[in-house]
Design a protein around this ligand. Structure first.
Ligand SMILES: Nc1ncnc2c1ncn2[C@@H]1O[C@H](COP(=O)(O)OP(=O)(O)O)[C@@H](O)[C@H]1O
Ligand SMILES: O=C(OP(=O)(O)O)[C@H](O)COP(=O)(O)O
Length: 395
């Protein structure tokens, strides 16, 4: 059984609270604060209940462009919470531990990017994770551990799997909600329609196979680069440009999509038309009018209409990945229309970081019953896998 904040004696307790506020960065600032907003409920509740909150978080990956400190995140949390969140420019040094010891009940400090320490970007078994510097040094300064970082919980990193070895672990409100929805898909209303778009071709094919084999999906609608991989597997001549985009993402995608079509062709739906760039214009082609020299960047209106018919009758629609290159206004229509249709299902669930930002851009977020904070973590849950960080909470 996983303990939640309802089981926690928060008053006066020093809590290590792992959040996922990993965000797109624009210059020195945050380009999107959705993940920070998601954690406001957990942090505000713990502070209201008199806890002393030490926030643990990462930003970016070592060497990457978005690998930054968390100063801008602390400033934004101040605004979102309506009270100041202190910022510690170290994570587990004596200075950081003193900051935690000095916290007043009802206040919070954001510790520096956990990934500034190399061990945090490695995978460990929980016992070994508990012996890393981060966990070994910080755990004695804490009374309990809260994991609210659903979106990082597929990683076996020290701040995710190490602390529960030494401290009583609790699920935060984001984690609780995500597990409630994504962990109970089998109980959601039928028919269940999975819509798999975007660029994570291998992951999406794995999800499709898993949900079809387990009888969770009545239909799988494909779009985006994923849809193009299925079209190629079905023998459609999309053209070298589209094939290049698919192969760049994965060498096995077309073969794996073909194997899945052999097993479940009647349940897998593919685009009927695609949009490409012609001059500066969007131009739509039926499949028998292809190949095209330009890559397929969106699904066309006939596909949108066919998918809308299926989604209109769905008990549950589960979507991951945009239908096209939504960042370009000319190719946003497929995503806009397909996701609008999905909001008409009895229950609609969305996973994926880029998907959430597509929905925000298209002003569609409100229409969904659940928008997951996780990309990879949500996909992992949908394949029926448990997450290492969630397993660690079962103590
Ligand atoms: N037909 C396409 N060709 C090229 N890129 C595409 C196409 N369809 C979708 N994409 C791209 O896929 C990206 C998002 O996919 P993905 O990372 O799988 O989503 P998420 O983060 O929601 O899981 C977007 O940047 C979008 O431009
Ligand atoms: O953004 C994240 O995951 P996502 O890209 O799967 O949504 C998480 O913060 C995990 O980050 P990571 O994939 O660098 O370990």
């Amino acid at each position: 059984m996983i303990r939640t904040l309802d089981d926690l004696d928060a008053e006066g307790a020093a809590l290590g609270v792992r959040v996922d506020i990993n965000s797109p960065i624009d210059g020195d600032g945050l380009d999107d604060d959705a993940r920070l907003r998601a954690h406001v409920e957990t942090i505000a509740e713990l502070c209201r209940r008199g806890a002393r909150v030490a926030l643990l978080a990462h930003q970016g990956r070592p060497g990457g462009e978005e690998f930054t400190d968390l100063r801008a995140h602390a400033d934004r949390l101040d605004e979102l919470l309506g009270f100041p969140v202190a910022y510690s420019d170290s994570t587990f040094t004596a200075d950081a531990r003193e900051r935690i010891a000095g916290l007043e009940p009802g206040s919070a400090v954001l510790l520096e990017n956990t990934r500034f320490y190399s061990e945090e970007y490695m995978s460990f078994d929980p016992e070994a994770a508990a012996e890393t510097y981060l966990v070994e040094r910080l755990a004695p300064a804490l009374d309990a551990y809260v994991n609210d970082a659903f979106a990082t919980s597929h990683r076996r990193q020290p701040s995710i799997v190490g602390f529960p070895e030494l401290l009583d672990p609790y699920a935060g409100r984001v984690m609780e909600r995500e597990l409630d929805v994504l962990g109970n898909i089998a109980e959601s209303p039928e028919p269940r329609v999975y819509v798999l778009g975007g660029a994570k071709v291998d992951d999406s094919i794995e999800v499709a196979r898993s949900v079809l084999e387990r009888g969770l999906a009545d239909s799988v609608l494909t779009a985006g680069i994923v849809g193009n991989a299925f079209l190629l597997a079905d023998g459609v001549s999309l053209g070298a440009a589209s094939a290049g985009v698919v192969n760049e993402r994965s060498h096995d995608a077309v073969k794996n999509a073909g194997d899945l079509l052999d097993d479940f062709s009647h349940r897998i739906y593919m685009p009927r038309d695609v949009a490409v760039e012609r001059g500066d214009e969007r131009c739509e082609f039926d499949l028998d009018e292809l190949p095209s020299n330009s890559p397929a960047m969106d699904i066309g209106v006939r596909t949108v209409a066919a998918y809308a018919e299926i989604l209109d009758d769905a008990g549950t629609a589960i979507l991951n990945g945009p239908a096209g290159v939504f960042e370009d206004d000319r190719f946003e229509t497929g995503t806009l229309e397909m996701y609008s249709s999905a909001t008409r299902a009895d229950t609609s669930i969305v996973g994926g970081g880029d998907t959430a930002s597509a929905l925000r851009k298209l002003d569609l977020l409100e229409g969904f019953d659940h928008v997951s904070t996780g990309g990879g973590a949500a996909l992992r849950m949908l394949t029926g896998d448990t997450l290492a960080g969630v397993e660690a909470l079962h103590r």
